[in-house]
Design a protein around this ligand. Structure first.
Ligand code: PLP
Length: 392
């Protein structure tokens, strides 16, 4: 295990180059690179004087706003089912530390899941994800991995699904999610559904295990990606409305009480504002989605043109090209491995990306973030206008 997240290590390396005066293009970090909407900045300024500790799970206002947010998406939710934390990463860590059994982890997947499991002493059962599957495993492959683990005396306890997916930037289809949930139910697995990119699904709402298996699904989400507020560290989770869900909430509050105490009070005011979905916030997210998909599709065409294998992005702001087919051409330039390609892109062009090993995958893959900063303008409105496009 790396003791330093690969994405954060890349971020720090790029910051050091920037500080040394280098002109770099940082595509190695999970950040949308969009400015804060005005109404959100105003709420934060107004909330700045709030300096008291709050209750661990969050204020009534923030929890109710998040409950309303889920309810409007068709998943009736009470405030007591919601917990906030400084980032969904903290909540994922909390969940892995309290859930029973081994973690079933699709590969490739986000850098921190396996590392967090390792930190809390949880064994991992890896399940490969076929390239074309939208970031979740094939039910037959999942079943085979579970049967083999059980034969080895292991006890699978929870499966982690990322819908939409990081690193592939794609969304699984609803039928596939349903099939995976049925398999999870057959083996009595808890489902941790990481839905941090759900609001950035380009064409239609991303499917969620909540629609299929609400009693065994815990959703984690936050404002880092849809609102580009990663540095403000606003994450939340929803537990099921069952005895098990209430027990889980108490356990998460226990972990939170010993580690983060509560989400910063001004950030709770921001969360309550954003999750109540005022018009300017929904418009901001709609434009962000459009900018990501426009730039993502253009970069996708470039990767395909360069001879890489790549899935067209359908959500979020990542592309995950596989350079295996062009290995001979890279070899002529003295590049044999993914890490060497990453280094060459950095040294020759000042471009930062990550190779697939950061996600538990083959090193011939690269993960690149879509950079809407390549469009003109520093505000989202200017970038929007620079496309000279009608509304999508
Ligand atoms: N889950 C996924 C798939 C991510 O890509 C990230 C951030 O990169 C997170 C969770 C953590 O987000 P945060 O802690 O900012 O809420």
């Amino acid at each position: 295990m790396t003791m330093h997240s690969a994405t954060l290590a890349m971020n720090e390396a790029m910051e050091a180059r920037r500080a040394a005066g280098e002109n770099v293009l940082h595509l190695g970090f999970g950040e949308a690179g969009l400015p804060v909407p005005e109404s959100v900045a105003k709420v934060l300024a107004t909330a700045a004087p709030l300096n008291s500790y709050g209750s661990v799970a969050g204020s009534n206002e923030a929890r109710s706003a998040a409950a309303g947010w889920f309810s409007r998406r068709g998943h009736e939710t009470e405030a007591s089912q919601i917990i906030f934390a400084p980032g969904s990463k903290a909540l994922l860590f909390g969940l892995l530390s309290v859930l029973d059994g081994d973690l079933v982890l699709p590969c490739p997947s986000w850098v921190s899941y396996a590392a967090q499991a390792d930190l809390v002493g949880k064994a991992v059962i890896n399940v490969p994800i076929p390239q074309e599957s939208g970031g979740i495993p094939d039910p037959a492959l999942l079943e085979a991995a579970l049967e083999s683990a059980i034969r080895d005396g292991r006890k699978p306890g929870a499966i982690l699904l990322t819908i939409p997916d990081n690193p592939t930037g794609t969304v699984a289809d609803a039928g596939h999610v349903e099939a995976i949930c049925r398999t999870a139910a057959k083996y009595d697995l808890a489902i941790i559904s990481d839905e941090i990119y759900a609001e950035l699904s380009y064409d239609s709402a991303a499917p969620t295990p909540l629609s299929v298996a609400p009693d065994r699904t815990i959703v984690t989400s936050g404002l880092s990606k849809s609102m580009a507020l990663g540095g403000w560290r606003i994450g939340f989770a929803r537990v099921p409305k069952t005895d098990w869900g209430s027990e889980l909430m108490q356990q998460l509050i226990g972990v939170g009480s010993e580690i983060w105490s509560s989400l910063a009070a001004p950030m709770q005011a921001v969360a309550a504002h954003v999750l109540s979905e005022p018009l300017d916030v929904t418009e901001h997210i709609r434009r962000a989605r459009f900018l990501h998909s426009t730039v993502g599709n253009a970069v996708y065409a470039e990767f395909i043109g360069a001879g890489a294998l790549c899935r067209r992005p359908t959500a979020g702001f990542y592309l995950y090209p596989d350079f295996e087919p062009v290995r001979p051409r890279l070899a002529v330039k003295g590049i044999q491995t993914g890490p060497q390609l990453v280094q060459r892109l950095l040294d020759c062009y000042g471009v930062g990306v990550l190779d697939g090993t950061a996600f538990g995958d083959d090193e011939s893959n690269l993960r690149a973030r879509v950079a809407t900063s390549l469009l003109y303008g520093s505000t989202i409105d200017e970038r929007w206008r620079s496309l000279h496009s009608d509304d999508p």
